[in-house]
Design a binder for this molecule. Sequence first.
Ligand code: ZN
Length: 94
Amino acid sequence: MSIQSETQVVTQSTTQTDDGEHERFTHLVLEGYTPKDGEFVALENSVVAGMVNATPVRALCGKVWVPGRDPKKYPLCPTCKEIAESLGWSLPNA
Ligand SMILES: [Zn+2]
């Protein structure tokens, strides 16, 4: 799948909520995009739906997890940030 630079992407930032003492990051999840001359395309990768239905989402960096209902403020995942910047996307927390 190629996403053109004119495409408006919809990303959601959400926090990995695994239990334990692992490092926690806020990851970026691509939920869909709107082509320059088209309708919004949803990718069935919705953070809100994941919270409601306990279905996993995939972050840009490849991390897959079930988003929690109580996101806290963690640093932005450096891999997600790098990928988003390389694609020319604006970052939600920038
Ligand atoms: Zn990430």
